[in-house]
Design a protein around this ligand. Structure first.
Ligand SMILES: Nc1nc2c(ncn2[C@@H]2O[C@H](COP(=O)(O)OP(=O)(O)O)[C@@H](O)[C@H]2O)c(=O)[nH]1
Ligand SMILES: [Mg+2]
Length: 466
């Protein structure tokens, strides 16, 4: 962290403004070397006051590269907690590159991915959960994902983990008193007090894990698989839900072979929808593979849309073969236009409604026409309702990510062992080891005890300039 880094912080391409960011001990000096207040080259002010906006020009000797705004921020009141300068230039690939190259020629180093945020973490301006939230905010694909990322960025998860960690640290210090001064500690009932603290921390860790299980799909997307026999209109429905033509629709059965997957937002909730090959008996090798893949997607899905058309007849066995028993299912009868006219009057000579096994009686059952856009809005509402109705999240709720969850599971292991030790009246030294391990394990979440590997994995996923 002894050198000064620079990078283009805004996306490549043309735009209104492009920002170049410099951070490190030489940031002010380097910026002053390329900046002048006037066209003719009146030098930069000797001292760049913090948090002010300077208008001027970036110059390479006599050549003016661009007219810019320059914003110096003295550490620690900056993103990285170091001296930072942001240069707002016109956004074009060439102009930004030229300014960056000029900065590099004056002694700055091109930053690595996520290095600005990593410096903020290493200077303890933010913890690891907040750093991860920065990436989550950038990558958020839905309102809900953004909401949770933003609250994590404000330090909500960090604070809650710290509370648990502090409880354990407090307990550990009492245990250590008992170890060091066994005579004086007779009055200190560490075991009773310890068991109670352990229970509180265990309950909270479990609640966090549950929150991950319940709600991580709000970050990653609820998985929906559309399945059914060939030609019932699965691809047509996929396109309707996406509101664009993604899946190929033809009157020929067996058109969709590879599963087609796409992310979509419904009512601010992210979904990942998969259109699958129609399931039926076939000799076509490609179709057989497609059907196997379809079954995998159905198995993994959080919700299955089981599609039929008028005239479909399904036996118990057939239905079971297509959808595993424990799935959340919405039955969707498509091509309702063949049965009713737009006013809901039955058409003469209409095909009969699908005949389904008794097991389907209690499942939600909707009638749509993917071709004529009938009942799609109701289907969307039903999908969102079924998937998120149980989810009453407070605004300050946190959703631990997979890394946090794994650390919590590991912590629970140490805490369970600590409880056993208390129960079996093992020596205090053993309890102290379990407590230390659980404290360290919680510390990997906030970064207090995270290894270099963990840090690298997290920050390498950032873009350059962040
Ligand atoms: N009448 C009618 N035809 C439809 C409807 N939805 C789809 N189709 C037609 O049914 C055929 C099969 O559709 P497709 O989406 O490829 O079915 P998939 O094989 O299940 O993916 C195509 O000719 C579609 O135009 C509908 O709501 N009404
Ligand atoms: Mg299809």
């Amino acid at each position: 962290m002894n050198d000064t880094i620079a990078a283009i912080a805004t996306p490549y391409g043309s735009g209104g403004i492009g920002i170049i960011r410099i951070s490190g001990p030489e940031a002010m000096d380097i910026a002053a070397q390329i900046f002048s207040r006037t066209r003719t080259g009146k030098a930069a002010p000797g001292h760049l006051a913090s948090h002010r906006v300077y208008h001027g020009y970036v110059r390479d000797k006599a050549d003016i590269i661009d007219e810019v705004l320059l914003i110096p921020m003295h550490g620690p009141k900056s993103y990285t907690a170091e001296d930072v300068v942001e240069i707002q230039a016109h956004s074009g690939t060439i102009v930004l590159k030229q300014i960056l190259e000029l900065l590099l020629s004056k002694g700055a180093r091109l930053s690595e991915p996520g290095e600005f945020t990593k410096r903020a973490f290493l200077h303890q301006r933010i913890d690891l959960t907040q750093a991860e939230a920065v990436a989550d905010i950038i990558n958020a694909r839905s309102v809900s994902a953004l909401k949770f990322a933003a609250s994590q960025n404000m330090g909500v998860l960090k604070e809650q983990i710290q509370i648990l960690r502090d409880k354990l640290i407090h307990l550990l210090s009492s245990v250590e008193v008992c170890i060091d001064f066994p005579d004086d500690a007779a009055d200190l009932d560490v075991t009773a007090q310890g068991a109670q603290i352990l229970d509180t921390v265990i309950t909270q860790c479990k609640a966090f894990i549950q929150q991950h299980e319940d709600a991580c799909f709000l970050k990653e997307g609820i998985r929906i698989a559309i399945c059914g026999k060939p030609n019932v209109g699965k691809s047509s429905l996929m396109n309707r839900l996406l509101t664009r033509e993604k899946s190929i629709v033809t009157a020929m059965p067996g058109t969709t072979r590879d599963p087609i997957q796409e992310a979509v937002n419904m009512n601010g909730v992210p979904f990942v929808i998969t259109d699958t090959a129609g399931i039926h008996d076939t000799d076509d090798l490609v179709e057989i593979i497609g059907i196997e893949r379809a079954k995998d997607h159905i198995k993994d899905a959080d919700l299955v849309l089981f599609m039929m058309e008028p005239g479909t007849v399904l036996s118990d066995k057939e239905f079971e073969k297509m959808v595993p028993a424990d799935k959340k299912i919405i039955l969707v009868t498509n091509k309702i236009d063949l049965v009713q006219d737009p006013e809901g009057k039955e058409k003469p000579g209409r095909p009969p409604m699908p005949k389904l096994p008794d097991a389907c009686n209690d499942m939600p059952n909707l009638q749509i026409s993917a071709l004529h856009d009938l009942g799609i809005k109701q289907l969307r509402e039903k999908i969102v309702y079924l998937c998120v109705r149980d989810l009453t999240m407070e605004d300050s709720a946190v959703i631990p990510n997979l890394r946090h969850k794994n650390a919590l599971v590991q912590t629970l292991g140490f805490l369970a062992s600590a409880k056993e030790n208390i129960k079996n009246r093992e020596p205090e030294e053993t309890l102290a080891i379990d407590l230390k391990n659980s404290i360290d394990s919680l510390g990997t979440i906030t970064g207090e005890t995270a290894s270099v590997d963990i840090l690298d994995t997290i920050f390498n996923n950032f873009c350059i300039g962040k």
